[in-house]
Design a protein around this ligand. Structure first.
Ligand SMILES: Nc1nc2c(ncn2[C@@H]2O[C@H](COP(=O)(O)OP(=O)(O)OP(=O)(O)O)[C@@H](O)[C@H]2O)c(=O)[nH]1
Ligand SMILES: [Zn+2]
Length: 285
């Protein structure tokens, strides 16, 4: 039995990287029912000639729904310092989306050449919330080496809203042009936002996944009690409330609210939390 990692999933075939640059094209056995994602670790039987069959999907460390990827080693949520202007609620929701999938992401602000002050303010804010924040510019090249240094031997996902300069950034970081066709081709197609997530093998076990148009999870399907766990900067203060079912909204004797009052939890983060929980309560009313 051989184990490896799915790096592509195409037409019912799974392309499994079994190390040392070998890729095995696998079909699944009927008994393997689980949905197999890019990034999944599998047990396979090699049949020779670069072919094989999937015997078993191994337990996942984490997974995201969109992009549909599993076992992510690290993830960058890319925003722009300007155009499109960042907003904290959106950043919070994107971070929550990752946390929901079991991934603690890093934040990266591109286009720092356009508005350093805003980028610095976001960096200071999210660092106090326990997120690593990188300031970069695809135009001046600032900050790119720090990101490059984090990539070797990992599977890294880059995701961000449309227009933040993700393609420009990745082209610079990876040293290849990722844009889909030429400018004229883009014009012909009108828009180029229909790209699929793409996994790129830089070398050996270094992979990068570029995800177009990352949008936040719809929180409608979350239970009100599930939201708190998506704020790693708040969770240390949970678990000691008077009521075990405390939602940390208006209940008495709530150390979470105390921590907000004492400035140990950022007020704006707590406001995002309340907004999401209240929208869930509203829905269930
Ligand atoms: N000033 C400045 N402009 C940038 C930077 N990076 C990208 N841009 C510009 O921002 C625009 C969007 O860049 P893209 O790389 O296409 O953005 P994207 O996030 O990949 O967009 P989608 O393909 O829609 O997901 C382009 O006009 C880029 O030239 C930067 O660091 N500084
Ligand atoms: Zn509480």
């Amino acid at each position: 039995m051989t184990t490896g990692r799915v790096i592509k999933n195409y037409n019912g075939y799974y392309y499994v990287d079994i190390g040392a640059g070998q890729l095995v094209e696998c079909r699944r056995r009927g008994k393997v029912k689980a949905k197999i994602l890019v990034g999944d670790e599998l047990e396979i039987t090699e049949l020779g000639g670069g072919k094989g069959v999937v015997e078993k999907q191994l337990p996942r460390r984490n997974s995201l729904r969109r992009p549909a990827v599993a076992n992510i080693d690290q993830m960058f949520v890319i925003m722009a310092a300007q155009s499109p202007d960042p907003n904290q609620f959106l950043v919070d929701k994107l971070l929550m989306t990752c946390e929901y999938g079991g991934v603690h992401p890093k934040l990266c602000f591109n286009k720092c050449d356009l508005d350093r002050e805003t980028a610095e303010a976001y960096k200071a804010f999210y660092e106090t919330c326990g997120y690593d924040v990188y300031l970069v510019s695809a135009v001046t090249g600032e900050g790119l080496d720090a990101i490059k240094a984090l990539l070797p031997h990992k599977m890294t996902v880059f995701a961000g809203p449309s227009g933040v300069g993700k393609s420009s950034l990745l082209s610079q970081i990876l040293g290849r042009d990722l844009s889909v066709g030429s400018v004229s081709e883009k014009i012909k197609r009108g828009r180029h936002t229909t790209r699929h997530s793409e996994i790129m093998q830089l070398e050996g076990d270094t992979y990068v996944i570029d995800t177009p148009g990352f949008s936040s999870l719809e929180f409608e399907h979350l239970d009100k009690g599930e939201v708190f766990a998506l704020f790693p900067d708040m969770t240390p203060y949970g678990g000691h409330c008077r009521f075990s079912s405390c939602l940390h909204l208006s209940e008495p004797d709530c150390p979470v609210k105390d921590a907000v009052a004492e400035g140990k939890i950022q007020k704006e983060r707590y406001e995002t939390y309340c907004k999401i929980v209240n929208s869930i309560l509203e829905r269930n009313r």
